[in-house]
Design a protein around this ligand. Structure first.
Ligand code: C2O
Length: 338
């Protein structure tokens, strides 16, 4: 087969294909004349990501301040709150072309781009926040919804005066209501069943052997496009729609791709998704995909110095090279075989 990795071309970025009822917005980032290839930073201090429900005191103050500063940046600054949210909009609503002649367009959901794209997204987001507060050790917390103590919306996100607050959330899913990892917008509300949630995480992480099931279907530029989410992505979907406001047309903010990056909790949700990828590899024998088109697929992100950088999926597979790790917390679902 001809190798045809998805390679993001900034010149192809166009109007997003938004869901009905969404206010039209341009999602493309500012254009850059120069794009550099990502190089691993040397001598960076380790960033340790902690459960959001354990973040207090100084750490919380720094996080809030970093998001406050990000919100204060002008919208055309690629590091701004708006631009960071728009990254998700552009990559999820067909803004980038696969090649000049053919649909379908680039999507980072329902296929194997899901895991590496979001890992990179958080990487740059975290670095930008750290640089705004001048703290290279700044680490994005994770929403530890796979642990009974972290299953509700972490308190740090619910203070209305905080930069971490977002008004567009489900009013019935506020703490102490626990998340439902089987949530279905139209179904019965079964929020709060801890064991059911553990069984779901077990099924989507511990019980998954092959990378094809874990990461989802392939996605290549010259064909071979299908659209099946892997178990990691399937597990993550419910938290989105459970959190978003059902009175908005598309469950905004968290319930729709174009708007979910506007809720700061999005990044902590994905921090946990990213952590479960690592746990799958470290504790359950998971192995990354080795397909060339996967490894060479590439994305564009602005870094903390406002430089546009090209990253490849293969460069993010070793998390330690990116300079962060997850705090060890008990894995309460490891024996939750249904
Ligand atoms: Cu790109 Cu949680 O979605």
């Amino acid at each position: 087969a001809v190798a045809n990795p998805v390679v993001t071309d900034q010149n192809s970025c166009g109007r997003p294909n938004l869901p009905a009822g969404a206010k039209p917005i341009p999602c493309c980032p500012p254009k850059a004349t120069n794009i550099s290839d990502f190089v691993f930073p040397s001598n960076q201090p380790l960033r340790v990501r902690k459960p959001a429900h354990l973040v207090t005191g100084d750490e919380l103050a720094k996080y809030k301040e970093a998001i406050r500063l990000m919100r204060a940046l002008p919208d055309d600054d690629p590091r701004s709150f708006t631009q960071q949210a728009n990254i998700h909009c552009a990559y999820c609503h067909d803004s980038y072309a696969l090649d000049s002649t053919l649909p379908p367009q680039v999507k980072v959901h329902f296929n194997w781009l899901f895991a590496p794209f979001h890992r990179w997204y958080l990487y740059f987001y975290e670095k930008i926040l750290g640089s705004l507060i001048n703290d290279p050790t700044f680490a994005l917390p994770f929403w530890n919804w796979d642990h009974s103590d972290g299953m509700d919306i972490p308190a740090i996100f619910t203070d209305r005066r905080s930069s971490l607050f977002d008004a567009k959330r489900n009013a019935n899913h506020q703490p102490p209501v626990l998340v439902d990892l089987d949530w279905n917008r139209r179904g019965v509300d079964t929020s709060g069943e801890v064991d059911k949630n553990y069984a779901k995480v077990y099924k989507c992480i511990a019980d998954v052997k092959g990378p094809a099931c874990f990461f989802g279907s392939s996605f290549q530029a010259g064909g071979g496009v299908s659209s099946a989410a892997g178990s990691l992505e399937t597990l993550h979907n419910t938290c989105h729609s459970w959190t978003g406001d059902p009175t908005d047309p598309n469950g905004e903010d968290m319930g729709s791709f174009y708007s979910s990056g506007r809720d700061p909790i999005f990044y902590c949700h994905h921090s946990n998704v990213d952590r479960l990828w690592t746990i799958w590899k470290e504790k359950f024998g998971g192995v990354d995909l080795s397909d060339k088109d996967y490894l060479k697929s590439s994305f564009l992100f602005y870094d903390e110095n406002k430089n546009l950088v090209r990253v490849r999926s293969e460069q993010c597979l070793d998390q330690s090279k990116l300079g962060y790790k997850y705090m060890d917390v008990p894995i309460l679902w490891k024996n939750a075989k249904p």
